[in-house]
Design a binder for this molecule. Structure first.
Ligand SMILES: Nc1ncnc2c1ncn2[C@@H]1O[C@H](COP(=O)(O)OP(=O)(O)OP(=O)(O)O)[C@@H](O)[C@H]1O
Length: 295
């Protein structure tokens, strides 16, 4: 689509406008409700990647302490106690690598254990939608207020509507005893690495180019024009370039890396990583265990 001639592009823009109502990703997959799994949010993120002016924003952790700016971070070995809430699982990676696919599979494997966080939006609900099920439908003023009060882990604008994942939504899943599984942009990692959410960060890495070509033969990439189309080599190269940038900036914050080659293998690796995160001792920032030592 990036190379579409002007005439085609104009036509695509018109199609895009006509399809404005179809912004969201299918919310009910095999009878399992996928709260928080939304194409609109992903498209908003993708646009942020392609411009220098980010349209997605993330929350500054309460202390604004940044492990990114600090060459060393004090860590301690920590085992979650059975009575403690689960650690949040945050999946991240370059666009198109399969972050959502893996998240969807994980939740689908056992929806009574894994759950996404319900997002907030300022867009109007559709006839079949209920606030608190597909989204929390709120007015712009309330949304702005939530932004002002630092209540979103990340938020962004898409087609004039605001979308965001709140700390409370994630907390609610964790407090219910389930494991909250989010897909986030790398720049939101800091927002979930908190004493409360204790996020376990899983980076989804693309396999080498030849394996991308082989494994994605029958896969489709979601474009900004809402038409799913087969992957091209240009998409793969873009994905690799994006992966390089993400890795150079965030590698030290990843708890686990999954090379998303064969989907089935990746799903098994993901399940094992999630179990380890919850049930085995892990290195975590010392400030999570002794919050006061942070200042
Ligand atoms: N291991 C894999 N093998 C084959 N196809 C895959 C694999 N992983 C993901 N896919 C397919 O690649 C496409 C893009 O995956 P997905 O939508 O999960 O990307 P993403 O990382 O969430 O990126 P974005 O947020 O930009 O959509 C989907 O069609 C998905 O089914």
């Amino acid at each position: 689509m990036r190379n579409a001639p002007k005439q085609t592009r104009r036509h695509l823009n018109a199609v895009e406008e006509l399809k404005e109502e179809d912004d969201d990703f299918d919310s009910n997959i095999k009878g399992i409700y996928m709260a928080g799994f939304r194409r609109s949010m992903r498209l908003c993120r993708r646009r942020a990647h392609s411009t220098t002016q980010p349209s997605c924003h993330t929350r500054c952790p309460s202390s604004c302490y940044s492990a990114l700016n600090c060459p060393y971070e004090e860590v301690v070995r920590h085992l979650r106690l059975p009575q403690d809430p689960h650690r949040l699982i945050a999946l991240t990676g370059p666009s198109g690598v399969g972050v959502n696919e893996l998240r969807r599979h994980l939740i689908g494997m056992n929806p009574s254990i894994f759950q996404g966080a319900i997002a907030h939006t300022t867009r109007a609900p559709k006839a079949y939608e209920e606030s608190g099920r597909e989204y929390f439908f709120i007015g712009r003023e309330i949304f702005d207020n939530m932004v002002y009060n630092n209540r979103f882990l990340e938020y962004g604008e898409h087609k004039g509507n605001l979308y965001g994942t709140s700390v409370e939504s994630a907390r609610e899943v964790l407090n219910s005893g389930k494991i909250c599984v989010l897909d986030i942009e790398p720049n939101a990692i800091q927002a979930v690495r908190t004493h409360e959410l204790r996020a376990y960060i899983i980076y989804v890495k693309p396999p080498p180019l030849q394996r991308l070509r082989e494994t994605r033969q029958d896969s489709y990439i979601t474009t900004n024009y809402y038409d799913n189309r087969p992957f091209t080599d240009e998409d793969f190269l873009e994905m690799e370039e994006s992966a390089r940038k993400i890795e150079s900036q965030y590698w030290q914050l990843f708890d686990h890396v999954i090379v998303n080659d064969e989907l089935q293998d990746s799903c098994i690796q993901l399940l094992m990583a999630v179990r380890k995160a919850q049930d085995e001792p892990q290195w975590v920032p010392a400030t999570w265990i002794r919050p006061r030592a942070e200042s």
